[in-house]
Design a protein around this ligand. Structure first.
Ligand code: MG
Length: 389
């Protein structure tokens, strides 16, 4: 299978290349794209013998550039499967282009489904395209529903499923009192207890916004109404998510937290390919698993995401755009940790919904939201969609 990796220099991208390197008989990297990391992109291209490359956020000799470069790689006739591992809004246009070009799509970009889920999920169903989730939670659900009655089960969860239960580690501040959360520093927030990930998603894990975004993604990926989605805090991150059936029977997918497992499943679906390096659960040791309901009062981002998802239209776009700017400002030490939910809530309250938005509307709302958040937070200026792509 010939693979394009969009976002090849990030956390998911580099691990995707590890998986590809472990199975030379099955996968071949044929296209690579990065936003800014020119040196690493060059190294990867040399190592994997890739000539189709794109530096989307800059210029590089012999490489494509800009958002159009990502779309070109995603639709290249020599590509069978596109891994969309770019961060932010840069992911949704190549995702849609790949679906329309009849490619297999492994989706690691959250914003694509959060901001443009109504367009992308509908288009995928229309095209009969398989959206392969890369995120560990959605991969777990996908694995749990295999053999449960429908062929393209992730396009629509089987009818006898009553609930999808997403697990959340709870992040580094799971047990931190509410008043102490105000004083949290970026360094503390970046120290995730169980997962090793990029900065944006690590902060989102600490606020539980990440789980909220995953709820919205699950809604679109599995065509599941919000009232049948549940979140449970599970500090060990061993159970990656669960599916409850109409008879109360519940299936879970377990494993040592390592993103290469869901990445490899997305690439090798429906096979669980051998990979000796991947860690295994050690059943000779005592293993305790704990589950507890999330505290929405201490982690308002989860509640806000839920509300935005339920309201639909452009509310999830506002949620995502406001969060991205707020998290960037927090990482630059310009605002406090609890200002993140405050700014997101303010943006949602100030927003007037547009039902069934197209890309132009989504783009406009995205830009407007970022500008608002930056103004409220006293940040000089927001980045625009084109600059980030
Ligand atoms: Mg996840």
């Amino acid at each position: 299978m010939r693979v394009a990796v969009l976002g090849s220099t990030g956390s998911i991208g580099t691990q995707t290349l590890d998986v590809i390197a472990a199975h030379p008989e099955r996968f071949r990297a044929v296209a690579l794209a990065a936003a800014r990391s020119e040196t690493l992109l060059r190294e990867q291209a040399d190592r994997f013998g890739v000539t189709r490359i794109c530096l989307s956020d800059g210029r590089m000799q012999g490489a494509l550039s800009g958002p159009q470069g990502l779309v070109e790689l995603a639709t290249d006739p020599e590509v069978d499967l596109v891994v969309v591992a770019t961060t932010g809004a840069a992911g949704w246009e190549p995702t849609l282009a790949a679906i329309r070009a009849g490619k297999q799509v492994a989706l690691a970009n959250k914003e694509a489904l959060v901001m443009a889920g109504s367009i992308i999920a509908v288009e995928a169903r229309k095209m009969g395209a398989v959206l392969r989730p890369v995120d560990s939670e959605h991969s777990a659900i996908w694995q749990c529903i295999q053999g449960e009655g429908v062929a393209d089960s992730h396009l629509m969860a089987p009818r006898d499923i009553s609930k999808l239960i997403l697990t959340a580690s709870g992040g580094p501040f799971r047990d931190t009192p509410k008043e102490d959360l105000e004083q949290v520093t970026p360094r503390q927030a970046l120290a995730h207890p169980t997962w090793n990930m990029g900065a944006k998603v690590t902060i989102d894990s600490a606020t539980l916004m990440n789980k909220g975004l995953e709820v919205i993604e699950a809604h679109w990926l599995f065509d599941m109404p919000y009232e049948r989605l549940e979140v449970v805090v599970h500090p060990q991150s061993i159970v990656h998510s669960m599916v409850e059936f109409e008879d109360g029977s519940t299936k879970a997918q377990l494993g040592v937290p390592d993103m290469r497992v869901p990445i490899q499943y997305a690439l090798g679906y429906p096979d669980h390919l051998p990979y000796a390096e991947l860690p295994r659960l050690d059943w000779s040791q005592t293993l305790e698993l704990r589950f507890q309901p999330p505290e929405l009062e201490r982690f308002p981002c989860l509640r806000l995401a839920w509300e935005a998802g339920r309201q639909g239209g452009t509310y999830p776009t506002v949620l995502s755009a406001a969060d991205e700017e707020a998290v960037a400002a927090f990482l630059r030490d310009e605002i406090g940790f609890m200002d993140i939910p405050r700014l997101v809530e303010k943006a949602l309250e100030a927003h007037e919904n547009v039902p069934d938005p197209d890309f132009d509307v989504i783009r406009a709302i995205d830009t407007q939201t970022r500008a608002r958040v930056c103004e409220w937070a006293g940040i000089a200026r927001a980045t625009t969609l084109t600059e980030r792509a």
